[in-house]
Design a binder for this molecule. Structure first.
Ligand code: SF4
Ligand code: SF4
Ligand code: SF4
Length: 931
């Protein structure tokens, strides 16, 4: 596992794209259902491209210079969801930085410790050229637009940090190449593996040639790209060499104004570029920053030094005035960008180092206020980045601010789909805008001040005390990891997504039946449950958890209505008991919820069961234990009716016969004992009853029906399995919950069911949140015998250990360290402890489990693994250092799941392997060459 990414080269990237597009429809796991054809939508709304720094831009929204513009695949992914302003990851002369990892913490508000590009200058340029050419190719072969129209996309460079570095030969050459300059140059070829591109056309021509060679090898034979080779080649060959006309400048904290001015003037006048000057939120002054953050409930320790050393307000405004005049004199465009991140002290884990950099929603009120002040002081265009998202981008555009870039929001579940939603919102705003056609501005300081006031008073931007990510205390499985945190967090394992979906479809009886599989007290839990499920709900990471308890109440009312209309109350009875294998009746002592639950679960397991107390005694005991004033009228009777209909007998008194099981089950009933605060939680009482029944059954040598997994339900309720496409559509759906007390049951059910992500069927959060696309969903086939429809594969060379996937994976685990990984060299596999594979020319190297030994096998053995489960038995124990045809891991039963995954990779996704045809390591790739 390397903590730096190693670009795989344009040809291999295109091969991966073509294979994924043909086989899955998606590209880099971005499904077409979330793509945004920005040009088509703009045309439909009669929008013309807006002027952004002297360039036409279809929609001035896109990824900020940061993790989403590091690698070509990230930039292409942003383009697919409609982003048309790409602020490329910042580069600088020190291009061999060692960044401590993890470097991103986006669990709530964003923090990072990352800096400029982790790629060397030349590698970075290669990624940007590759993305530029791929986007032109995609615009031609995917879009409805004419290829000659171009993609309407702006690539803006970002450079740092001081005059010497920016004017030195290496960065200067970078600027030249990105602005369409010529031949390759030795100045940036300090990379030990780098070889100057051998032709006079330099890097641009070299990447072009690599892509054309890949196109000519034939791509997309069976997919939507079939027959598009000629168009693709023409688009790559015709793409303009001038990639960037503008540059965003980042300077060091504490850089003196005269140095900043010198750099801006150099870029404007000597390099002929349009310039965006990035400014810091420290401009607001420490007092104002502190009082705003404290007012919102944050308790960050600010860094006084950064306020002392950064530009003060007056000198900053004077500087802006001077460089704007120089820009105007040079016929170039100039804008300020608000804002950079805010340095705050780092209290420790998860990020390393003394300082962390604040971004995201906590920065929004500060930066909007700063934008308002700048707009009032200077008539300068403002580019924006700080906590913007689909809700606020339209308001920023309406205030004349643009382009707008996003980063933290895209690091959260939904990932690039969130950018697509923001682009759509921006297009809608632009369609109704009264700005001059083709223009973003002018900037309206009053509107920004109003937006800042709103943000300071909005709960959206306040510090949160409640959990913000769904978490389970369980290790991350290598295979079949999809899980619904709500089910796991529920003490009785209620199948929440199952009953929500059934209720939303109007199938009340079915919803109730699902509930009753694990819960004898639906009415009580619909009223009194403390909803641990909602505290773990994945939707926390969006606009708030699904209203699960409310949905249970709706399911009950829906079931009652259905029963009333059929005139048969029995249709909502408890699920049929299992066939009774025991003659003896279990008699449970106790009268409360726990005792009832124990008897109920005995019945579900096929026993006859009774409670010693009569109905009235039991009802009184339950009301007393839970607090009669809290229990809705009729709820206890409703539940006891259903329990009785399920087969539990009340009033057994001194029953004549008691089973061994019931003797073991004589547990005290906490629901009877407790009659004062704190009240017991009804769901815990049910869980205790279930556990008692299970213990009794164990004693009797029989199992009690255990928690029902979602896949075991009636097909009518949850099948077919939710596709990844369906999930992407759900993720892209805007809107929040229906506020309590509002909406009809039908409305609420539709909204909440639409918000439920059905996490047990598809998770893929690690895929969505990875800015580098380094986690890949591999679809499984029925013959693979996997439970989950997709398995996760990690790509070592695309990952820089930023840690973001570990933040959002619901398990106590890190997908980037623990999931099955494809390595680009045998030594990378050796250095890592992750399970994974490296496919060399003659041998295949596999580690089957975390921290396991590495096995090697011949390609023949690997082919056998790929051919199916009937792998020849081993004839001798394999040694990790010896290439063998019979590596033990291939035939071990314990590796069945991984073997299926390896088979799927070898058969269907060989494009991800370095040795695949067309997937040769590029000369510039860092690291070990394949064996
Ligand atoms: S989104 Fe649905 S399935 Fe996922 S945790 Fe929330 S309620 Fe459960
Ligand atoms: S796989 Fe995880 S750690 Fe690696 S780059 Fe992606 S999000 Fe970051
Ligand atoms: S985040 Fe990824 S690794 Fe974690 S459960 Fe979801 S799919 Fe599995």
């Amino acid at each position: 596992m390397a903590d730096r990414m190693a670009p795989v080269g344009a040809g291999r990237l295109l091969r991966i794209m073509a294979t994924q597009r043909g086989a899955l429809g998606s590209i880099f796991d971005i499904h077409p259902s979330t793509w945004v054809a920005a040009e088509r939508e703009a045309r439909a709304a009669n929008l013309m491209p807006v002027d952004v720094l002297n360039e036409g831009c279809t929609v001035p929204v896109g990824p900020a210079a940061g993790p989403h513009t590091h690698l070509a695949q990230s930039i292409v992914s942003a383009w697919l969801v409609g982003a048309r302003y790409m602020e490329l990851k910042t580069v600088q002369v020190l291009d061999e930085l060692e960044i401590e990892k993890p470097c991103i913490d986006a669990a709530d508000i964003g923090f990072n410790t990352e800096w400029s590009s982790e790629l060397r200058l030349r590698e970075a340029a290669r990624e940007y050229v590759t993305a530029w050419l791929l986007i032109h190719m995609l615009a031609a072969i995917e879009g409805p637009d004419s290829p000659s129209a171009g993609p309407g996309t702006i690539f803006a460079m970002s450079v740092g940090y001081d005059y010497a570095g920016i004017t030195g030969p290496a960065v200067d050459h970078f600027l030249n190449v990105m602005a369409g300059g010529g031949a390759d140059d030795a100045s940036w070829n300090r990379d030990r593996n780098a070889v100057a591109d051998p032709d006079a056309g330099g890097l641009f021509a070299a990447v072009q040639a690599e892509l054309v060679a890949e196109i000519d090898r034939g791509f997309g034979a069976d997919g939507p790209w079939a027959g598009r080779e000629v168009v693709a080649r023409a688009a790559v060959e015709a793409a303009p060499r001038e990639i960037c006309r503008s540059v965003a400048l980042s300077t060091m904290h504490g850089a003196p104004p005269e140095d900043i001015e010198r750099i801006v003037v150099h870029l404007l006048e000597r390099k002929g570029l349009d310039v965006v000057l990035k400014m810091n939120p420290t401009l607001l002054g420490m007092r104002r920053v502190a009082e705003t953050l404290q007012g919102l409930g944050y308790q960050f320790e600010l860094d006084p030094e950064s306020f002392e050393h950064d530009l003060a307000w007056d000198e900053a405004m004077a500087l802006v005035g001077r460089v704007a005049a120089r820009a105007s004199g040079a016929g170039r465009a100039f804008a300020v960008k608000l804002s950079n991140t805010l340095p705050v002290r780092n209290p420790g884990a998860p990020l390393p180092g003394k300082t962390r950099y604040l971004s995201g929603r906590a920065l929004f009120p500060l930066t909007v206020e700063l934008a308002a002040r700048v707009a009032t002081a200077r008539a300068t265009p403002i580019s924006y980045s700080a906590g913007a998202d689909a809700l606020t981008i339209p308001r920023l555009l309406a205030a004349g601010v643009g382009p707008i870039t996003v980063s933290t929001d895209l690091l959260k579940p939904g990932g690039y789909a969130r950018l697509g939603a923001a682009v759509r919102a921006a297009l809608t705003e632009m369609a109704g805008s009264d700005h001059p056609p083709g223009s973003v501005g002018p900037v309206d300081g009053d509107a920004l001040a109003e937006l800042a006031r709103w943000a300071r008073g909005s709960a959206r931007y306040r510090a949160r005390r409640e959990p913000v990510t769904a978490r389970l205390n369980a290790p991350l499985p290598l295979i079949d990891c999809f899980i619904a945190p709500c089910i796991s967090a529920c003490p009785i394992g209620q199948n929440v997504p199952g009953y929500i979906r059934a209720a939303a479809r109007g199938k009340g009886a079915e919803a109730l039946s699902i509930i009753q599989t694990t819960n004898p007290f639906p009415a009580l839990t619909a009223a009194l449950c403390d909803q641990r499920c909602a505290q773990a709900c994945t939707r926390l990471e969006y606009e708030g958890p699904v209203q699960i308890r409310r949905m249970k109440g709706i399911a009950l009312r829906c079931a009652s209505a259905q029963a009333a209309s059929s005139g048969d109350a029995a249709t909502i009875a408890a699920p049929a008991p299992a066939p009774a294998p025991y003659a003896n009746e279990v008699v449970v002592d106790g009268d409360g919820v726990t005792a009832c639950s124990e008897a109920y679960f005995h019945v579900l397991a096929g026993r006859r069961a009774a409670l010693r107390g009569g109905r009235g005694t039991v009802a009184r005991a339950i009301a007393g234990a839970l607090g009669a004033y809290r229990v809705p009228d009729g709820a206890i009777d409703e539940d006891l009716d259903r329990i009785a209909r399920a087969g539990v007998r009340f009033g057994a008194g001194d029953a004549p016969e008691r089973s061994d099981a019931s003797a073991a089950a004589q547990t005290s009933d906490p629901s009877v004992a407790v009659d004062s605060q704190p009240r017991p939680m009804v769901v815990d009482l049910i869980a205790a009853g279930k556990a008692a029944a299970e213990n009794a059954a164990d004693t009797a040598g029989s199992g009690v029906a255990s928690e029902v997994l979602p896949t075991a339900e009636s097909s009518d309720t949850v099948s077919p399995r939710m596709s990844a496409q369906h999930r992407e559509e759900l993720l892209a759906r805007p809107g929040g919950p229906v506020p309590p007390g509002r909406g009809t049951d039908r409305d609420v059910a539709a909204v909440e069911s639409g918000r439920c992500l059905e996490c047990s069927l598809v998770c893929l959060k690690c895929v969505q949140v990875c800015p580098n696309r380094a986690n890949v969903a591999i679809p499984m086939k029925p013959e693979d015998g996997a439970r989950d429809a997709y398995q996760i594969v990690h790509l070592d060379s695309w990952c820089n250990d930023c840690g973001n996937c570990a933040t959002f994976c619901p398990y106590n685990g890190a997908p980037y360290r623990e999931k099955f990984t494809i390595f680009d060299s045998a030594s990378a596999l050796k250095r890592s402890s992750a399970p994974g594979v490296f496919s060399g020319r003659d041998s295949v190297y596999v580690r089957w489990e975390l921290d396991g030994a590495m096995e090697t096998m011949t390609r023949a053995a690997a082919t056998a693994a790929a051919a199916g489960p009937a792998v020849p038995p081993p004839t001798a124990a394999s040694a990790s250092a010896t290439v063998s045809d019979d590596a033990q891991g291939l035939t071990s039963d314990g590796n069945r799941g991984v073997r299926s995954l390896l088979r799927r990779v070898l058969l269907d996704h060989a494009c991800l392997l370095p040795g695949a045809p067309g997937a040769e390591t590029t000369p510039t790739q860092r690291g070990d060459a394949p064996c």
